[in-house]
Design a protein. Sequence first.
Length: 189
Amino acid sequence: MTMLNRNFYARDTLQVARALLGKKLVRRIGSAELSGMIVETEAYCGESDSACHAHRGKTPRNAVMFGQPGHAYVYFTYGLHYLLNLVAEEEGNPCAVLIRAVLPLAGIEEMEVRRKKKGAELTNGPAKLCQAFGIDKSLNGCDLTCGKELWLEDHKTIPAKLITATSRIGIDYAKKEHREAPWRFLVKI
DNA sequence: AGCACGATCTGA
DNA sequence: CAGATCGTGCTA
C-alpha cells in the first residue's frame, strides 16, 4: 500500500536494482488495476557503462534517463517490442533499471487477454510484461511517484540469500568489463 | 539520405 | 534458428 517515493530511486543503481526485487509494480488502465511482484531486474549504470543507452550521450530517445529519478523510461526495440526501465540516481546521471520479469498478482485475466497466453508465459520477459501491462511509448517519461498510471509499492522483502546476480542479457556488443558485470538480479525460485 | 542493427519473442 | 519490423543513431 505504501507507494515508493523519489528517494527510493535517487541512489546507487545497483542498490535500486536489488531493492526492486519483491516490490509490486502497479498499472492502472481506466478502472482496471494490474499488478505483479518484480522478480528480475538489470542495472544500466550511466555514460561509463558501454551497455547503457546513455553511453554515447544524450539523445531524444534516452533523454528521460538524464532527468529526475523515479520516472519511467520506455523504449521500442526490434521493430516490435517495448521495454520498461525505471530511472535511478540523481538528475543528470543517466542510469536506469530494466524490469525483466514479474510474478502476476492482480488483473491476471486482463493480462491474459492482452498476451493471449496464460500462466508463466505471461510476464517472464521484459517485452512480455510490457505487453501484459499495456506499457508502450505513451508511458515514456511517466512520473512513478504520482500513482496515476504506473507506480510501485512495497510488497515483500526478499532475503539477500534468495537473490542471485549474473551478467546481463543481450548486450554482446558491450565492452568485456560491462558484458561480464553481474548487474542482473533475480529471485531464486 | 541512407543504412545497419537492436536491453526480444515466437513458432517451425 | 530465422523472421518479424521500425526507430534510432552513425556515416557521408
